[in-house]
Design a protein around this ligand. Structure first.
Ligand code: ADP
Ligand code: MG
Length: 602
């Protein structure tokens, strides 16, 4: 781009040509003379003033025009002095306004005076003067320029026409009451393309401390099961990263139970005989990962565990160091691969610190860095994010959970109680989640406290806990052993696994975000047990709940969540983080974003 072009762009306040191009006119002023009278439409016509009548608060002007044989009555409400000067018998003006029939008369109310006819003038929302801004658009938003930015001929031409419409285009614009679907598609694509192109330049690549290409065969040979296709794909992505001279920056996103641990272990194998460090958010998790590493990795891989209270192995010489944030307070040896599990439970600072500790400032080379997340994000969001960090999604799970989801209300309660009796008799456990601990006027559902009596009078083995309960861990541990029914609020932490839990009942389900519902539903059917999820609501036709009941795929649910949040359906929606787009809809535009990304990735 020439320097004058760059100057014009920055004058208009934009960083890229595509950004300028997707800021389309907000309206068009069409000053071409009308050649036929269509009642109810806006016309531009030459009017010769015949007579003027001053009435209270209005000026009524009779004019002749070439549009029709009949004269037209022009009414100006609240006229200003210049109106009287303007409308003198014998004078001619170009006027624009909607012509309507009133009895036998033709009428126009408050028309606009047009000084220059024969144009279609786009109007922009901008800080510059309209004519100055339009000159910039004329110069920059051209077919050649847009094509040079990577747009195809068809899309480029649609966008150019949105800025410089011709007659056909404008007619369609009016017909649709806005841009037609093809133009909107072109604008979405241009916006996605702009996003990827601009971030492509921004992403800094560091050289890696060393290339890693250890064989995972000894690990695979030990496994009693085949890896899922998604696990294999994730390992393939990571393998390509680790062989590169650049330090890997990858996020692996997979629902709870999608088998991320196997991917972590395979990555440690690829690092071998070099050191890998894995950080987990709790000592229970770190311990679990350590046990699994011990179980599945070949014996020649030496493994250490570091938590605040415990240290196993030798962090100086072992190959694979697993720990909690306690790792951040140790003088760790150099490691060319670091991994963080459940990454959202760490702050950016902690993740950065881990990176610094193991890199030892080795000529500014950095370790390969893999982050694992159990919070599914919409696929389109993942692609958008991938401009700055590589992303792999693990969408399938090794076991398909068999969970039946039902939306129920009061009228279904009797059969629900029957179901609970059956499950409890079979030795399974039931969790009932209430929206609040105590009674509240703002919520139209029973609270936890109000319900305790109901359950205790009908069942034994009823346990009660909630987020602020100091004895929560003890209650949960005892329930896991001896309980039948657990009454709780949403805040019960994931800490303990409940393998016998077959049924969850969520009271006031329509009040909750889909992500929360998904987390809650994920508690049941952990070990291939048949699971049931009952969404108790006073709003049985709730569309969100209906859509939720149809799928257990966390990525699909994340997409639905975004879609409904956008439509403002959720009362208590958190503000979406991240970038705002003008045209793109991340809940819907997967194909467009995919195409734009592929184009920029080459
Ligand atoms: P995540 O960390 O993604 O929540 P895990 O790695 O803990 O999930 O895996 C969940 C369970 O699935 C574990 O018991 C694990 O041993 C098992 N598992 C993982 N991959 C497979 C597979 N390919 N086939 C069968 N079972 C698997
Ligand atoms: Mg895990």
């Amino acid at each position: 781009m020439s320097s004058t072009s760059k100057d014009m762009l920055s004058k208009a306040g934009f960083a890229s040509l595509l950004e300028l191009a997707i800021h389309t006119p907000v309206s068009y002023l069409d000053t071409r003379l009308s050649n036929e009278l269509i009642i109810g439409e806006i016309h531009t016509f030459e009017a010769e003033v015949v007579s003027v009548a001053k009435q209270p608060k209005r000026l009524v002007i009779t004019v002749n025009s070439s549009l029709c044989d009949q004269s037209i009555e022009v009414t100006i409400f609240h006229p200003k002095p210049y109106h009287s000067a303007l409308f003198k018998p014998g004078l001619k003006h170009y006027l624009q306004g909607k012509i309507e029939r009133f009895g036998s008369k033709l009428q126009v109310v408050n028309p606009k005076k047009i000084s220059k006819i024969g144009e279609i003038v786009p109007k922009y929302k901008c800080k510059l003067r309209q004519d100055v801004y339009r000159r910039i658009i004329d110069n920059l938003v051209t077919l050649e320029n847009l094509k040079a930015q990577g747009l195809d001929e068809a899309r480029a031409s649609l966008i150019v026409r949105a800025h410089k419409p011709d007659d056909t285009w404008l007619r369609l614009y009016r017909k649709y009451g806005g841009f037609g679907p093809k133009t909107v598609e072109a604008l979405k694509f241009a916006e996605a393309l702009d996003h990827f192109q601009r971030l492509k330049g921004k992403r800094i690549r560091f050289s890696s401390m060393c290339k890693l290409n250890g064989s995972i065969e000894p690990f695979l040979a030990n496994l009693p099961f085949e890896l899922t296709d998604d696990q294999k794909r994730a390992i393939e992505d990571i393998s390509n990263d680790l062989r590169s001279e650049f330090a890997a920056r990858r996020m692996i996103v997979g629902d709870v139970g999608s088998g991320k641990t196997m991917v972590i272990l395979a990555s440690a194998m690829m690092a071998y005989p070099n050191r890998a460090v894995l950080m987990a958010p709790t000592s229970i998790l770190a311990r679990q990962l350590y046990e699994e590493a011990k179980k599945w990795l070949p014996k020649f891989v030496k493994i250490a565990l570091v938590t605040q209270s415990k240290e196993i192995g030798d962090i100086e010489s072992d190959h694979f160091i697993i720990g909690t944030h306690a790792l951040l307070y140790r003088d760790l040896p150099e490691a060319p691969l670091i991994m963080v599990d459940e990454q959202h439970r760490f702050g950016t600072e902690q993740r950065k610190l881990l990176e610094q500790i193991v890199s030892k400032d080795k000529e500014k080379a950095k370790p390969h860095f893999l982050q694992f997340s159990a919070t599914p994000i919409p696929r389109t969001q993942a692609m958008i994010d991938s401009a700055l960090i590589d992303v792999t999604l693990i969408e399938s799970t090794p076991f398909v959970k068999d969970i039946t989801t039902r939306i129920i209300d009061k009228s279904d309660f009797a059969s629900l109680l029957e179901h609970i009796k059956c499950e409890v008799e079979e030795g399974r456990q039931v969790l009932v989640v209430y929206p609040l601990v105590e009674e509240s006027e703002s919520i139209n559902y029973r609270s936890l406290e109000e319900s305790v009596e109901f359950w205790k009078s009908r069942f034994d083995g009823v346990y009660v806990t909630h987020g602020k309960d100091k004895l929560k861990d003890e209650v949960l541990a005892e329930f896991a052993q001896n309980g039948k029914i657990l009454l709780a609020t949403t805040v019960i932490e994931v800490g303990i696994s409940l393998p016998k839990l077959s049924t969850i009942i969520i009271v006031g389900a329509e009040r909750m975000g889909l992500a929360t519902l998904h987390q809650l539903r994920g508690r049941v059917s952990r070990n291939g047990l048949k699971g049931y999820c009952y969404l108790f609501t006073h709003d049985k036709n709730n569309i969100r709940l209906k859509e939720f009941a149809k799928t257990t795929n966390g990525f699909e649910i994340a997409r639905l969540d975004l879609k409904f949040r956008k439509s403002g359906d959720l009362l208590t929606g958190k503000a979406q983080s991240g970038k705002e787009f003008i045209w793109l809809d991340l809940a819907e535009d997967e194909e467009i974003v995919k195409e734009a990304k592929a184009k920029v990735d080459g």
